[in-house]
Ligand binder design. Structure first.
Ligand code: PMP
Length: 453
């Protein structure tokens, strides 16, 4: 247990000693952090006693919400029985074996192997290592280039950050060579007057053009999130994924679907790629796999890739001390069983997902909102100055920052991505709680409007 301290004391110590992820340290020290001390169901509580509805499931990860005794018990039991052992040197242990069985059971039929990491970033580093190894073993070592997307997010290690298409990140370090970025399927921002379906095909065909430009024999893979999360919940037009799948198949390159956000139920299917009918060769995952209760990531590997990795022999020189940590695997087993037994994903698909989308769409009537969009338990809206022309307020995205603060003031966690507001609530949210989310979002939009005009 932590010490009992006042909010001011926590903030002072935090500013003095703690460097936060993706944070302007100077700015945060001046403003002071919000100290979250407790969570229950779909609510979090700060050190001032405020109850806040968590519209982001932590960081897109607590899909079952916050009071999951079954996960706590599973972790506790595992820590008592076998707190740690590694999976190196011909060793294995029941939780990592059992989780592999379970995870491949819920995965698409052609994916029957899994490699463990601690995070989504490490999962994507592993993806690069596996892709290179696969083509080397296929005696095509020249196939090294990976095509990814602008404004995609695949993590924050140098390798995963290089795969991602976030300019702000690329500016701060030397990115890896051998990664090319094509446009994202962001119709509202980049589709202009084009019909969404036509736009979807056109941006997908950039992949074909890029492969032809580089030479198909040089291209190893294409990586994308089924729905971009951190980039602003960019829901692609329905025409996008079928075209991407066609191109990957015809050109023979590997398809990687990053399921770190979309996986484990967010779209109303176990995986976002299944929602779009895509058949990936590799699927990095993390976040929702343990309901956020333990750090765990991994890569689901298709038979096409696994058969090569397994049959050709020779060591795959990659892995982490905590690849398949027993307690993290125990948390994941309990999470998957709970998702299954509680029929949470089915409920999102059939009942609460459509309800959230219906209520969320009402926000489009607000004078500040240029578009609402979403799938399952993922949704976004665009803040604009002019609904007709889609004109923004300014280049610094102050509208998004104002709205985010207004949400917190209204007792709701909603994330700002530039001038887009996004939500990814726990899948356990009831219809009443969805009503509460939408009402609070409306209130925040009104506050934002009053501050901007
Ligand atoms: N891929 C995607 C699609 C993500 O959204 C994230 C994290 N938001 C990552 C990878 C990286 O995961 P982690 O933060 O666990 O390293």
């Amino acid at each position: 247990m932590s010490e009992v301290r006042s909010t001011a004391q926590w903030q002072e110590l935090d500013a003095k000693h703690h460097l936060h992820p993706f944070t302007d340290f100077k700015d945060l020290a001046e403003k002071g952090s919000r100290i979250i001390v407790k969570a229950e169901g779909v609510y979090i509580y700060d050190s001032e006693g405020n109850q806040i509805l968590d519209g982001m499931a932590g960081l897109w990860c607590c899909n079952l919400g916050y009071d999951r005794k079954e996960i706590v018990d599973a972790v506790q039991q595992q820590l008592t029985e076998l707190p740690f052992y590694n999976n190196f040197f011909q060793c294995s242990h029941p939780p990592s074996i059992e989780l592999s069985r379970l995870i491949t059971e819920i995965a698409p039929e052609h994916m029957n192997n899994v490699f463990y990491t601690n995070s989504g970033s490490e999962a994507n580093d592993t993806v690069i290592r596996m892709i290179h190894r696969f083509w080397d073993l296929q005696e095509q070592p020249q196939r090294k280039t990976i095509i990814a997307r602008k404004n995609g997010y695949h993590g924050s290690t140098i390798a995963a950050g290089s795969l991602g298409g976030m300019n702000g990140m690329h500016k701060q370090y030397a990115t890896l060579p051998g990664i090319e970025h094509i446009d994202q399927p962001y119709w509202f921002g980049e589709g202009g007057d084009m019909d969404p379906a036509e736009f979807g095909v056109q941006v997908a065909r950039q992949l074909e053009a890029k492969i032809d430009e580089l030479g198909a024999d040089k291209v190893a893979a294409f990586i994308a999130e089924p729905i971009q999360g951190a980039g602003g919940v960019i829901v692609p037009p329905e025409t996008y994924w079928p075209e991407i799948s066609r191109i990957c198949k015809e050109k023979g390159i590997l398809l990687v679907c990053d399921e770190v956000i979309c996986g484990f139920g967010r779209t109303g299917e176990w995986f976002g790629s299944s929602y779009y009918g895509a058949e990936p060769d590799l699927m990095p995952f993390a976040k929702g796999v343990t309901n956020g209760y333990q750090p765990l990531g991994g890569v689901l590997v298709s038979d096409r890739v696994a058969d090569v990795l397994k049959s050709k022999g020779g060591e795959f020189t990659h892995g982490f001390t905590y690849s398949g940590h027993p307690a993290a695997c125990a948390a994941a087993i309990a999470t998957i069983k709970s998702l299954r037994e509680g029929k949470h994903i089915e409920r999102v698909r059939e009942e609460t997902g459509p309800y959230l989308q219906k209520r969320w769409a009402e926000l489009a009537e607000h004078p500040l909102v240029g578009e609402t969009r979403g799938v399952g338990f993922l949704a976004a809206l665009e803040l604009v100055k002019n609904k007709e022309t889609r004109e923004r307020f300014d280049d610094d995205c102050t509208a998004g920052a104002i709205c985010r603060d207004a949400c917190t003031e209204s007792g709701l966690v909603m994330r700002a991505v530039g001038d887009m507001m996004v939500v990814a609530p726990p899948l356990t949210m009831t219809k009443e709680q969805i009503d509460e989310l939408v009402e609070k979002a409306k209130k925040a939009l009104d506050i934002t409007l009053s501050k901007l005009t």
